[in-house]
Design a protein around this ligand. Sequence first.
Ligand code: AVI
Length: 323
Amino acid sequence: MNVHAPALAKAHQFDEQTSAFAGAVIDDLSQHPKRLSPKYFYDVRGSELFEQITVLPEYYPTRTELGILRDRGGAIADLIPKGAALVEFGAGATTKVRLLLERCEFGAYVPVDISGDFLSAQADALRKDFPSLAVYPLAADFTAPFALPVDIADMPKVGFFPGSTLGNFEPHEACAFLRTARGILGDGAQLIIGVDLEKNERVLYDAYNDAAGVTARFNLNVLVRINRELGGNFDISAFMHRSIYNRERYRIEMHLISKKAQNVRVLGRNFTFRPGESIHTESSYKYSLDRFTALARGSGWAVRESWTDPAKMFSVHALVASD
Ligand code: AVI
């Protein structure tokens, strides 16, 4: 929790999640340059828009990762002990995990996500399709340590973190996440992780500046969310979406650019914008295989196997916990 959150919670009678959001927004918009955390993109509308992004012709990561999981499912299954527990960090659409559940003989599945309602709907659907699988949904912030269900204590553990969500973490946060996951899963655990790769800048640019404008709506939606949940008065039409590739830092950056000089009020505070001033809303880091291997190694994991698509757009890795 951030510095403003407790006072805001009291003054506005927010629940825990909204007060954390409120505190983060006040802190982040007070920074120079201004920023907002990408984790706040995913309200109901933001999650819908993200699902639309995943099937855009320009957005290659989702279909490429699915292709790798489909084509290399047999090789992945060979690494996984029978009866292992699969722990998924963040639970989105179940398409990817289904590919693993169909190929491997898991004893249990533990989807972990901050949104409890979403989790139970997903869990019900999976129980129906995999009747012999024990499903233990766990509502938790997966970037912080949490305890696994006691029922899976004796099973070998396999973590699953698809989608290159790791790329949305700053490198020090990516390292901290991998260390935390290592601690949660324990000695002898494995982690199956999807990581987007460096590539032609035009391909990257197009993936985050789609012709249909879905990514722009996804980016701007965080301002809609601030207006609705925190009583902000952002004029959405006075901001525009911009994504650029930052070559020095190997990352796509998404920004919301103020089209004019303006003042915005959120929770009784005033934020002044210059024309052209940016709110940095997301970084999406792209890795080389070597840089990812080094990151994993420095975070308590060894790379056991790596798979890519033929064009080397995306990678999936099997990591094993090291000492
Ligand atoms: C969720 N995450 C991996 C996506 C990405 O590509 O960084 C989020 C996204 N932002 C814009 N388009 C997709």
